[in-house]
Design a binder for this molecule. Sequence first.
Ligand SMILES: [Zn+2]
Length: 516
Amino acid sequence: MTGRTALEIRLDSPTLIAAGPPSSNLVDTLTFIPGNTLRGVLAWRYIDEGGDASSPEFKRLFLGDKLSFGFAFKDGAQAIPLSARTCKYYGGFRADGGHGVMDLLASNGELRCEYEDTPCSKPLDYCNGFYDPMRFREVGVTRRLVTRTAISRARGSADHGRLYTQRVMEEGQRFVGRIYGDEDLVAKIRKLVGDGFEVRIGKGVSRGMGWARVSMAGEAAWAWPPAGAKERFEAFKEKFGRPVLAVTLLCDALFTDDYLRDRTSLTIKDLEPLGIKVSDWKEAPANVFAATRRVFGFDGEPIGLPRTPKTALAAGSVFLFEAEKGVDNPCIPDGDGVGFIGEGRLEGYGRAMLWHPFHVEAEREDVAEGLPGRDLDSILAERAGDLYALGFGPSRISSSQMAALAERIRRAKDLEEAEENICSFIDNQLGKLRKGAERTGKKGSWLLEGRRRRESLGDLFKDYVVKEKRYRRGLCAGGAEGLDLLRRFWRKFHNRYRIEASFKEPVPMDCCKEEE
Ligand SMILES: [Zn+2]
């Protein structure tokens, strides 16, 4: 399997990909697009383009074992490994304004939140969902509830007593799925997709749900992982102080035993397809962070019945193996150490990675190398959005306070003066607010606490802009260029505030691109 290509699926209407048979009257959607759906979409396209479903080519493309159709995740994100933990009170990646994410694979014993020099020390909590492994930010799949009435087939009107609710993925989201296999077949898939096409996926297509557009994804889909398996193995060896083998599931995986029963634990033999030498490692894992998911499906025509549900190991599951005694330099595969294990590879099950970098470095500051090809304005807008999301807004800070701060940034002759102005203004306001709070017992304005950190909004603003200078991290060192960046950053920040003030509700980031 040498070829690969990546597709983008953009949802143009709300989409429901059922997670399982309906329980009572709620139907919930998955938050990713399974490989099987991607395969179905392409097979449909093949036939729609005049192809023959009984041809040998169709069989090789969609029914053989020469192509694997991977799961499509939002914006190409990954499941956060199940060994991840975050602060119970101010959770989330640092770039998202949380206290940061830690990984437990290399640690033993109870850990607590390590945020800041005076550690927060709150207990840790689970950290579920998806993240962007290049930028260390959470990737949320937005969903909403839709309530409908069933229609009586006999009367053609609402059926009495039959109200049901569906949870759907919202339109406008973009999913990236990867396809691996023989180069000639991958080339055929590329040709099939061409300039893109419309499809309908999931349930409720008769009600206008599930419209999507499929097109080729750019090369950016392959920018990760940045290092090969050998380098990552060395990083693990250094962190653990001994040779270890870690395998992390990038999507759900299916394993069966000799009697074809579902199996929820791995042995080292299962990892042989990834190119390791089985005799280098102990057979059973020494440490496991795993979860399971029930996988449902329906057989197509003419059977039309539910398949026996299977138990899959969930994406993000992690297994750690120790080296056999005396093995100091185990055999490490060439290449990126990513491949398929277990069963159901045709449908994308079992994509796994050896030595996932997350377990060595759960997150990193957003520095320049994380930002190739992105223009300055979009970086500044994103950072302004990060700071703003910590709890600023018209209901908390008055517009005259914002205007006063704006004036002090505008008036400054150089960066130093601007920073002094910010600090003296905020300190002055905080002083007055504290006195007021002592009298009345009520906190307001800059003294209010941020949403994900416990400092006051005033201190948060000072820390972000003056102390840590996060708005220009990786972009410039300071000086005149720094003052320019600070002003541009402030404009983005102030714009967000103004738009929210005029719309009376928070606005998505994309709306804040215009300049004054
Ligand atoms: Zn904390």
